[in-house]
Design a protein around this ligand. Structure first.
Ligand SMILES: [Zn+2]
Length: 238
């Protein structure tokens, strides 16, 4: 006969489920309830499926590529990947002697590749006066953007909100902002949406200008380089 390791547990469970336990036992189970509630819900296991989709790593070029590999692998295992998964993710890793003028440009390139890959980008070039001016403008626009977003957060803080489109009075506790559950439109007024759009565009434009200027400027110089590696988690469930 096959031994049944869970037999004792099952029988105990069955017993506790039996009807009409004596009063004393009833009280006993009552006091146990809060203890049960203290048990934390099972945490979601950190496996490759629910870890990051892709990740960028940067290393000084004085590091041998093997050191870089080992370092990333060790971190990934700490993060929850198995050795086998890490090795699979690293299979296509290639250290390409390709130097980009900016980090954004390097990232843009890496994003077009389907496998884990490494390239270099230029560092240590003092920015030109034009770049500094654009940097300031980026900061200003960023601040405007985040301030406006923060200000808008208050909109959802109350118990009720009136939809700007269909004018329904909505309980904020049962909605997923910014969608109106009645008309499925944005609950926010057109003026706010327009302002969001214009701030977003202004920020995007100045960031793009800064990036273009940097690429052009850095193309003429070199102050050193850095490795940038993009690892792609092919186990990620989308
Ligand atoms: Zn509505």
């Amino acid at each position: 006969m096959i031994s049944e390791p869970d037999f004792e547990e099952i029988s105990l469970f069955d017993l506790s489920d039996e009807k009409d336990p004596p009063e004393a036992i009833k009280e006993n189970t009552k006091t146990e309830i809060p203890a049960k509630e203290e048990i934390k819900p099972q945490e979601i296991a950190l496996t490759a499926e629910n870890l990051w989709q892709d990740k960028y790593w940067e290393f000084d070029i004085t590091n041998p590529t093997q050191t870089i590999r080992d370092s990333i692998k060790a971190t990934m295992i700490e993060e929850g990947f198995t050795k086998r998964e890490v090795n699979h993710i690293f299979k296509g890793l290639f250290f390409k002697e390709k130097i980009f003028n900016t980090k954004s440009q390097a990232m843009e390139y890496l994003k077009t590749l389907p496998t884990t890959y490494a390239v270099k980008y230029k560092i240590g070039i003092p920015p030109s006066p034009k770049m500094l001016t654009l940097q300031k403008r980026c900061q200003v626009q960023e601040e405007k953007w985040t301030n406006f977003l923060q200000e808008q957060e208050k909109r959802w803080a109350g118990d009720f909100i009136t939809c700007a489109t269909c004018h329904s009075r909505i309980n904020t506790h049962y909605i997923t902002p910014p969608v109106c559950p009645v008309c499925k439109q944005d609950l926010r007024p057109q003026t706010v949406l327009k302002k969001l759009q214009s701030l977003q565009k202004a920020l995007y434009d100045v960031q793009k200008k800064y990036e273009q200027t940097s690429r052009k400027y850095n193309a003429q110089f070199t102050g050193g380089e850095k490795w940038i590696i993009r690892t792609i988690n092919s186990y990620k469930k989308s």
